[in-house]
Every structure is written in C-alpha cells, then in structure tokens.
Design a protein around this ligand. Sequence first.
Ligand SMILES: [Zn+2]
Length: 497
Amino acid sequence: MFDPDEQVRQAVEDLFAEFTATGSAMGVVKAFATTGRLFPQRKWGGAWDGQIKWGRLTHARVLQAVKNPVYAGAYAYGRSYDARKVREDGTVAATKVKRARADWTVLIQDHHPGYITWQQFLDIEAKLAANNTKAGFRPPREGSALCQGIIFCGVCGGRMGTRYGDGGRVHYLCQHSNPHRTDACRTVAAVTVDDAVSALLLDAVTPQQLKLAVKAADELTDRYTRSHRAAELAVERARYDADRAERAFSNVDPENRLVARTLESKWEAKLQALADAEAALLTAQAARPPLPERDALLALAADLPRLWHHPDTQARDRKRLLRTLIADVTLLSEQHKDQVRIGVRWHTGAVDELTAGRIGPGRTPEAALALIRRHGATHTSEQLAAMLNAQGLRTGRGHRWSTGGVARVRDYYTIRAPRTVAIRNGEISVKQAAAELGIPADAIYNWLRHDQVPARRGPSGRWCIPWDPDTQAIYQRKVAASFRLKPNPTRNGNRAV
Ligand SMILES: [Zn+2]
C-alpha cells in the first residue's frame, strides 16, 4: 500500500533501509536525527484531517511502522482487542491488548505491494525480539546504570529494569510488566547499588585477591571437569551394557523366539539408557559456567582502580569490566527501610553481601536533621546549608549540602522556612526571642497578651517581634525588672551595644 505522495514513500523506504542498516528502532531514530530527516504523519480529525505533517521521527513511530504488516504487503485485521479493567477507584480503564499473530482475525499475505517482503517483516520481528532486552541475555547498554541487565529482584526473582528519570536520576525497579512482581518489590536509586558494587569490585580486585579469584575459577573449572568426567563414565558403562545385551541377543538361537524377544527388548532398553547417558553428557558439557579468561583477569589486575575512575572510561566500559567479574547482583529484602542489602555473585562462584544506605528524602542523618529542625524557622535554606557544611555535616549520600538539598528536607519533614515568620524584615518569633533572652517563651507570651512589649501579628496569627536595638532594649528591661526571670549577665554584656 504505497502512499500516493512520492516524498512520503521515500521516507518510509528510508525508514526500512535504516532499520536494515542499523538493526534497531533506536538506530533508525538516530540516523534520521543526525541527518535532519523528517518523517510524515497523517493527521486524523480536526482541521488537519487527512493531511500530512512532517516531524521528528520517534522511536514509537519506527516500531509502529516495522511492526505493521501493511508495509509488508499483508492485510491484517484483529491484531489487538480492547480490554476493559475496573480500577480500584471504580473508574474503567480501556487498554489495547496485542494478540499473537496466530490469533489475528484475518491475515492475508501478498495482499498489495509492500515496502518489504513478508520474510523481511518476519526477520525484523525476530530482530526486535532479540533487541528486546526484557528477555534473555543482555549485552552492556549505553547509560550510566552499572548493574543494568544483571540486577535481579530478591523478592520475586525477576530481572529489574532501569528507569532514567529527570535530572539524571536513575533507578532500578521491579517492573509492572513482570508477571512475578509483588507488592514487596521495590525501587532503588541506581547510585546506591552502583556505588556499593563498584566499591566492592575495586576492593576485591587487588592483585592478591585476583590470584585467589583465579584460583577459585580454576577450582570451578576442575569441579566442572570432574562432573563432566562422571557423565563420561556413565556413557562408557551404558555402552558396555548395551554391547553385552546386543551380544546376548545375537547369540540366542533364533528358533527360541520367546527368549529372543526378551533379549531384544532388553537390548532396546540398554540402547535407550545409552542414549540418555549421552544426552546427559552433552548437557554437562554445555553447562560450562561462563568464566572469564584467566589472562583477561590477570591483565585487569593492578590497573583497575585507575582505569575505573579515568575520565575517558565510558559507562559501557565500566559495565563490561564489571561483568567480566560479576555474574549478577540481587537486591535482597531488608527489614530496615533505610537500607538495601545487595547480593553479589562473582563468576568464580563466590558470593558477597553488602548493605548500603538508601538515599533520598527521609534518610537525612540525625545530626543534620536536628540542626535543620532547630534553625529551620529562623534561617533560610541557604543559611542552613552553610551552617551544615561549616559543621562538617553531610547529606544522606555523604555530599555537601546545597540550598536545594535543604529545601527538599524541609518539604519532606514539613519544616517551615522563615518566610512564614517574616524573619526577612528583621523580625523573629517568640521562641527565638526567648532563646535570645535566655528566658521561657511563656514569659514573653504573657507580656504580649498584656501588651507590655512591642510585636505584631503575622498573617498566620503568629507573633513577629521586630528585633531592632530599641525593641531589644525594651525586652531586656522587662527581663531585668522581673523577679522570677534570671537573665544571664554575660549574655547581656554581649548584647549591650
Ligand atoms: Zn520483584
């Protein structure tokens, strides 16, 4: 079904040519983008009905095209159906569910001229399935998440996906599409796992430990060879048994049919046992653990930390290095909400377990949180960040505090910023005045109720005290005049300006 528009036809042809060249939908998008080529889209409905708009080619559009049998000259109907589902809140959600090709209502091949042949359509389908990294082996992919593709959920056992979010935030998550997913399955910031795992890797791969790793690898190979040898012996034994049964059968007097039949079925059973043993040997031979080459391991030895942190080292190289040594990473269940437990399985068969602190709001270290709570109402986030850094306090991730970081903690713990107490006009709250004067806040509230000291009500009804020298003097006189309050003389001296 060729579009009457020559330019449209050319673009669709280009799309398929680029898919053949690059082997992936992403490759097509990149090829179009780097050459500034646009792709047509027919608009349906509205003022643009039936007209063509040219725009950037999207990944979804490429998939839509290469998966659509119409471009392969086929007529298909019933490729999907609408499924309705009642959500928890009672609303109804309609989703399109794709059918397997065998379940399509109608499929007529060679129905019209296509851009590609039906065989090419099938090839693309197979290629897409191979690219679809949700299943099977995952080659290292671009992206900063180190454990992408080798991280598993310890709750349901499923492979965890990677989500690249806004602002470079990356998470490993147990995807909703995972059929084994449970409510206990979790999402974790990739940096939490990656930092812990790469620290373990760099720590483990000292030359000394590498020798141990190589030794362990050798042992594993040895163990493999031995189990392999057992299977070989079983085959030899089965072959010997079968030979003997064959001899017994061929030696029997053919006239003695009953005996001959018995011996024949015995021989057949032995042949079957031989076939089974041979199959078991093949399985044992195929089950060779994916061990890295001994030389590759040794070559990595001393240089690893330098290589790892080198600015020219790409994320994909780090991933490759990681995979040379680590078979997989499992996010284990952990009672403690603020921590993750990470299981690391090395190719040598050794297993390590790590615990890492989770990051993000709600995981602010106690000391820093206490400071933010104490001074949150009287200091801006910028001031708080400076105070925290001056005291050497760090974020949950061990970083210096930024204004934004403090603001996020405020949001999470509902610690109000000074705006609401009008500190900007040189005013302070009753609490702060009490702290400044070294007296209980109740005393100040008492004076305020009796209109004995100056202050104004803020918009929220909160008392705002203008803390200029004159007002301070009034408050200090009140303190000095009080029998019950005992002002601190040194503090008075400090403030006597
Ligand atoms: Zn899970």
